[in-house]
Design a protein around this ligand. Structure first.
Ligand code: ADP
Ligand code: MG
Length: 700
């Protein structure tokens, strides 16, 4: 008889109601199945014997063969400790006992071969092992080999209530006894064969009781693959269902606006990457399904023009388009830029933000509803109920990380059918993460900068070098360049930060006095009109220095600005630093980014600064950010199952993830409804895993 793995854990021999309760509360283990899926955090390798010279300061538990060549007693504060010198043919370490010294001295023999096992410590220039497990080589050879010993996750409460690692090993063994070690296979034969995976039963046996390193590695690979495979399968299925369920407006025409613009008004040649993503977007909007696409491209890679040309396609097909940006400054800049680009086309563009006057608002609302307005650009103001489009065909969201998913879907409600949605972001989500978390969004990537850009020189300087930095600023200004100086104002109303900014502004005003120098200041507490006024002075070149907070972080484009100075740079996150640096290097001149800090830096802070100095590749920076902060912090917590994986790690197991995605796609391409006999096992597993059982209504 095979056991039912859904049986409550209480029924397992050796568990009982009290322990079952603890297992439920502390580890979320309710059933036999849950217990089997409690994978060890790590293993102690008892198959391996170390030589003393191999020991490293980060080595943990080791097993060594050697002999004791001498004892000594060392006095300490209270009592004494017994120290033995243990030697193999490569060196010596010390064995230390604080208790039971009499027994040790009477029973351990010098010059007899022993096997010792324990945790290695590094102390006063030497390796030592306190209270080692010790047995003679003869006894060791006749004992049972336990190979790799699993170490299970635990909690303080479990440990104090007697549910030790040994105890968990025992009840784990019991599950294997009761089920005779036979578990239902969850992948099909062709996957097992193609990827040379071991079967499920063998994987489970070797994840809990590995015979050796190799079998452990194979078990881990198989289980990680399986975990990632089913997540990818779910994401890809969601995407397929979305496409078959949500009809979009088919933009099948390539019309006058697009063609005229492309042939006559494009101010530069598009990069190959821009051409490629435009093709992807056109194909998407031309199909019957609603587009849901993420456009990733590093700062300065030229996303705006791609956005504009996508909007022209919408207009050519008789629809309206909107472009939503996170800040007023950015909206105005987009408006000016697009207005300028479209001046020779017969297109109506307006801007709507929080500071649009009521009288103006009314005009815009009307023109929007009767269809006179083709493109509306703006901030969150676009989401207000009063804003009603006649026929919104395409919604573009710039710098998506400032908009929540809920806000995005608000745009949908403005139509009978949802518009196509294009989300543009310069905060590259690492490819791995994007693939896993946004498996249900399509992704286009601009991975090429327009030609002729000079790499920005980035340096890290300590505050006490400020005079040199100021001299450098003066030299650059003499050459006609403009300078940004950015202060952390992480919370816009934090008084301390605000004071730092104002102090900084005053000291800069002293070092760069009028009338020789003109300085702009922009921060979040200013009225939108004042901000805009100051921005415009800087854009027009009337001021040489812009002192600002991160309000200028996103999208601002002043090609003549060539120096970005970031004060207290250690307080910024990596993606913020990268965004800020992206404000320079937009013109033909060599640009610089100077990261100013004090001497006191955390290790993460150091890593962030080093990364910025080393690379300007946004994707590489995003990968480091992901490693430093973890996916939860970057993506928000509830995004997807990818964040509470049981065994795989989306960073370390990136290559397995790629395989898993490839194979999930392949399986679904060949058999979208998983109805072939050979895929029965995948369908069954998927059904039992899936919380979205109802989605099957749509595909089968
Ligand atoms: P981002 O992707 O950061 O939004 P923008 O769209 O603001 O970048 O483009 C940055 C700058 O590069 C703009 O001044 C834009 O006019 C210019 N640009 C965009 N594409 C090209 C291109 N193919 N060739 C030359 N310059 C380009
Ligand atoms: Mg932009």
């Amino acid at each position: 008889m095979s056991v039912n793995l859904q049986t409550p854990i209480d029924y397992l021999k050796g568990v009982g109601p009290n322990r079952a309760d603890l297992l439920r509360k502390e580890l979320g283990i309710h059933t036999y199945q849950d217990l089997i899926n409690l994978f060890p955090n790590r293993y102690i390798d008892k198959t391996r014997y170390y030589k003393i010279k191999e020991l490293q300061r980060n080595t943990s538990e080791v097993q060594i063969v050697g002999k004791i060549v001498g004892f000594k007693e060392v006095a300490q504060k209270r009592g004494k400790r017994l120290v033995a010198t243990f030697q193999d043919e490569t060196g010596t370490i010390e064995l230390v006992w604080f208790r039971g010294q009499k027994w040790i001295k009477e029973n351990l023999k010098q010059n007899l071969p022993y096997v010792i096992f324990g945790k290695i410590n590094w102390f006063a220039g030497k390796f030592n092992m306190a209270h080692p497990d010790i047995e003679t080589v003869t006894a060791h050879k006749s004992g049972i080999s336990i190979g790799m010993q699993p170490i299970y996750p635990s909690t303080e409460k479990l440990a104090t209530r007697g549910i030790t690692n040994r105890m968990i090993m025992k009840i784990m063994q019991q599950v294997f006894v009761e089920s005779k070690g036979r578990f239902v296979e969850t992948l099909n034969d062709s996957l097992l064969a193609e990827l040379k995976l071991i079967n499920k039963s063998s994987a489970l046996l070797n994840i809990h009781f590995p015979k050796n390193q190799e079998l452990l590695a194979r078990a881990q690979f198989r289980l990680k693959f399986e975990e990632l495979f089913y997540i990818q399968l779910q994401l890809i299925l969601k995407n397929l269902i979305h496409k078959s369920k949500i009809k979009g407006f088919p933009f099948d025409k390539v019309g006058d606006n697009f063609n005229t613009f492309f042939k006559e008004h494009l101010p530069f040649e598009l990069t190959n990457a821009q051409k490629r993503v435009l093709k992807e977007i056109r194909a998407d909007m031309g199909s019957n399904a609603q587009m849901n696409r993420l456009l990733q491209g590093d700062v300065g890679s030229g996303k705006t023009i791609v956005g504009l040309m996508s909007m022209l396609i919408a207009i050519d097909n008789g629809f309206q388009a909107c472009l939503m940006a996170p800040t007023e400054i950015l909206s105005v800049q987009h408006y000016n830029g697009l207005h300028n680009l479209c001046k020779n086309l017969n297109i109506n563009i307006s801007i709507l933000t929080g500071s649009t006057k009521t009288s103006n608002r009314k005009v815009i609302h009307e023109a929007l509803e009767n269809g006179e307005l083709d493109i509306l650009i703006g901030t969150h103001a676009l989401l207000e109920d009063k804003v009603k489009f006649k026929n919104l065909g395409l919604a573009i969201i710039d710098e998506q990380h400032r908009f929540g998913v809920a806000q995005r879907s608000k745009l949908w409600k403005k139509n009978t059918s949802p518009p196509h949605v294009l989300v543009m972001t310069a905060t590259p989500i690492p490819r791995t993460l994007a693939m896993s978390v946004y498996g249900d969004l399509d992704i286009s990537i601009i991975d090429e900068l327009p030609p002729g850009r000079k790499a920005i020189k980035t340096v890290h300087r300590y505050d006490n070098n400020r005079l040199k930095v100021f001299k450098f600023i003066r030299d650059e200004i003499k050459l006609g360049r403009q300078i940004y100086i950015v202060y952390p104002l992480i919370k816009e109303n934090a008084t301390m930060d605000y004071k730092d900014l104002m102090d900084g502004y005053e000291s800069i005003s002293r070092d760069f006095p009028m009338p020789e120098y003109q300085i702009s200041i922009v921060h979040g507490k200013m009225k939108p009109n004042d901000k805009e006024y100051e921005m415009q002075r800087f854009i027009k070149g009337e001021t040489q220095i812009m002192v600002a907070t991160t309000v200028i972080e996103v999208g601002v484009n002043v090609p003549n600005a060539s120096v970005m100075i970031i004060e207290s740079a250690e307080r910024f996150g990596l993606s913020q630093l990268h965004q800020l640096r992206g404000r320079v290097g937009r013109g033909a001149e060599q640009s610089y980014c100077i990261l100013m800090t004090g001497h006191k830096l955390s290790s993460d802070g150091k890593t962030r600064l080093e990364t910025m100095v080393r690379t300007s590749d946004g994707f590489e920076i995003a990968e480091v950010d992901l490693r430093l902060r973890g996916p939860g912090d970057i993506m928000g917590t509830q995004q997807s199952g990818i964040l509470n994986l049981k065994i795989a790690d989306i960073i370390k197991d990136n290559d397995i993830l790629q395989h898993a995605r490839y194979h999930a796609k392949k399986v679904l391409n060949e058999d979208p409804s998983l109805s072939k006999t050979e895929n029965q096992v995948i369908l069954n597993t998927y059904r039992s895993l899936s919380k979205y059982k109802n989605i099957w209504n749509y595909i089968s």
